[in-house]
Ligand binder design. Structure first.
Ligand code: BF8
Length: 626
């Protein structure tokens, strides 16, 4: 990409986002693209991971090209500095997902004690299935009693009393054995995170390989622990997703409605906003203010969660958060945490939009802060909606611009929903894979990154893989990219290859199954575990792969790490900050193959990334003799 000027048609694929970016430029709203332009050229030491700013003997740089000093003041060379930085990134991602998971669990725990009136058990059957994994006898017990026992056992998995994570029982034997042999079986969600930060301190970890193996263990604790808890307990409280229909793109923001964007990650907030919105009194207040009603739309992963579970429309993915404001028709953007630009209040200043923060962890100067607690969540949600309604008359019609039509999507693909669509068992999918109609399956996950034209990396890769008879599952901003482009509709099966297309058409499925938010990447792990067990192999033997063509966040680094540690070959688009260390590059791109049966690849060109994945799947099929 040339960083000379920011022209909307060069920066984002979606036509509505282009129009909104034009409007943002006219209105003087600064975007991430403007800030990226202002940062050019970005620091080469930072980009290759050899800059260390950990202690006050530094900051130091280890020059990988031997022109400058080869070691930091403490003696760390480029390999160690890169490994320390990468471990810190993996840990930040694991901490983010797992702290989110802990909040879901704490809410669930309070619900079980009748201490959070807005929350209840919606999927009792799932509660019982989870209880079984945790060796809790649920027969003849009231649901709340089962929930209380389950919550206690899950809380232990965050602390030091646990030596293993119960959900790893969902992984096949062969995969568990690889973890055991490598010494990377996750022990406890918080413990491995804390130990990782300990290891990054000067004078602790001195072996790059040893540090990174702990990174894999920490990441596994996220995927098979913190994230999985967030997903599963969310399903128990708010309902396990079923296949549904909704809409995606900026046109879901409606002209004559009180528009409230829920942005961030945790459904314990967004679900309560939805619940309050259904109350007649608030609907009447909206009508009294001159609107037709209240329109809740999602952004980023909290949007994905309520799209999946409740069919709520989605305004866009990460880089749409500023563009949504540029419609001039948003009464409030309500946030919890993660992937939220700290500039949102300034951006909203161009319009009447109120930015409302809800978490003590994520406050923005100038925002309205209405703190969310499980005990009072529903009342806080009502307060938020009342503020948005009161803001509706402040909207300036001259600043409103809502072009275009929303794109229909089919979503709601929990593992349960996928199995149901297949007739109750993974057998038909495995048969289609064995017969070669479906060559394999790929999870495309992760973010937008302004260094890449928004959604382009996702879409090129997705279209190419579908064409080659590969079934896709997607989460996070990747899934939203596909939604905006019309790929989450059964009609998009016409883009599939000659083997995949009839399978999709017979089941009336889209070629890409939207499996939810980034913590819902844990659903992909559950599915992989079930398929591998059914075939009697390790996950690393399956004809599958992962990809993150536009990743930006530390959470995405962690997801990539637990995919690879679980045995899934994973191709990254934007290069991670590791190229200052040949040792780290070798470890991640080849040596891990011997340890966990999978490795990373980096390929910024999505067309070439597709080739890598297609070849990988062909190799795996050959090895399985299919
Ligand atoms: O957790 S895909 S930009 S919104 S980090 Fe963020 Fe990346 Fe989007 Fe969701 Ni995930």
């Amino acid at each position: 990409m040339q960083f000379k000027e920011n022209r909307p048609e060069d920066l984002t694929e979606d036509k509505l986002s282009q129009a909104a970016l034009n409007k943002a430029n006219q209105d003087g709203l600064e975007t991430a693209w403007d800030r990226l332009l202002a940062q050019q050229p970005q620091c080469g030491f930072g980009q290759t991971g050899v800059c260390c700013n950990r202690c006050s003997m530094g900051p130091c740089q280890a020059d990988p090209f031997e022109e400058g000093p080869r070691r930091g003041v403490c003696g760390a060379d480029a390999d160690l500095i890169v490994a320390r930085n990468l471990l810190a990134d993996i840990t930040a991602g694991a901490a983010s997902h797992s702290d989110h998971g802990r909040e879901v669990l704490e809410t669930f725990h309070k619900m079980a004690q009748n201490d959070s009136p807005g929350y209840k058990i919606t999927d009792s059957a799932k509660l019982k299935r989870l209880a079984e994994i945790y060796n809790i006898d649920s027969a003849d017990k009231p649901d709340l009693e089962v929930a209380a026992e389950l919550a206690e056992k899950m809380l232990d998995e965050f602390g030091t009393r646990s030596q293993s994570l119960s959900f790893t029982a969902r992984a096949p034997e062969a995969t568990l054995k690889l973890w055991e042999e490598a010494g990377i079986s996750p022990r406890s969600i918080d413990r491995d995170i804390v130990e990782a930060m300990h290891r990054t301190h000067m004078g602790v970890g001195a072996s790059a390989a040893n540090m990174l193996l702990h990174g894999l263990r920490t990441a596994l604790g996220d995927g098979w622990g913190g994230s999985m808890l967030a997903t599963e307990l969310g399903d128990v409280m708010f309902g396990t997703p079923e296949i549904n229909e909704s809409n995606i793109n900026l046109a879901v923001i409606e002209e004559d409605m009180v528009n409230i964007i829920v942005h961030g990650h945790n459904s314990i907030l967004s679900e309560m906003i939805l619940k309050a919105t259904a109350e007649e009194e608030l609907k009447q207040q909206a009508r009294d203010a001159g609107a037709k009603g209240i329109n809740i739309v999602g952004l980023c992963c909290t949007g994905n969660e309520i799209l999946l579970r409740q069919g709520i429309p989605m305004a866009g993915n990460m880089l749409d958060q500023e563009l949504a404001l540029a419609t001039g028709a948003v009464e409030a953007t309500v946030i919890d945490y993660q992937c939220i630009f700290p500039t949102l209040v300034e951006s909203a200043d161009c319009y009447h939009t109120e930015i409302i923060t809800t978490s003590s962890k994520s406050k923005i100067p100038g925002a309205t802060h209405l703190e969310f607690h499980p005990e009072t969540a529903l009342e806080t949600a009502r307060q938020i909606i009342r503020r948005a309604i009161a803001n509706y008359p402040e909207r300036n019609p001259d600043r409103v611009s809502l072009p275009g039509e929303a794109t229909p999507v089919t979503a709601g693909f929990s593992v349960e929903a996928i199995l149901q669509a297949l007739g109750g068992s993974p057998e038909p999918l495995l048969e289609a894979i064995k017969e070669g109609q479906i060559k394999g399956a790929v999870g495309i996950v992760g973010c937008n990154n302004p260094k890449i034209k928004q959604d382009k990396g996702h879409l090129i890769l997705a279209r190419e893989l579908i064409k080659n008879d590969i079934l896709l599952v997607e989460t996070g901003c990747a899934a939203v990219a596909s939604g905006k482009a019309g790929l989450l509709q059964p009609e998009a099966s016409e883009l599939a290859g000659p083997g995949l297309r009839p399978v999709l058409e017979s089941l009336n499925l889209p070629p890409i199954l939207h499996m939810g938010s980034c913590v819902d990447c844990s659903r992909i792990l559950v599915l992989l575990g079930a398929l591998a067990k059914e075939l009697g192999v390790g996950i690393h033997q399956l004809p599958v792969a992962g990809a993150a063509p536009e990743w930006y966040s530390q959470k995405a680094v962690t997801i990539g790490s637990y995919f690879v540690a679980s045995g899934v070959y994973t191709v990254l688009g934007p290069p991670p900050k590791i190229f200052g260390s040949q040792q780290v590059v070798n470890l991640l791109s080849s040596e891990l193959q011997e340890i966990v049966g999978a490795s990373f690849a980096v390929e910024p060109d999505p067309q070439k990334a597709a080739e890598l994945i297609i070849n990988h799947i062909a190799d795996k099929r050959k090895a399985l003799g299919i």
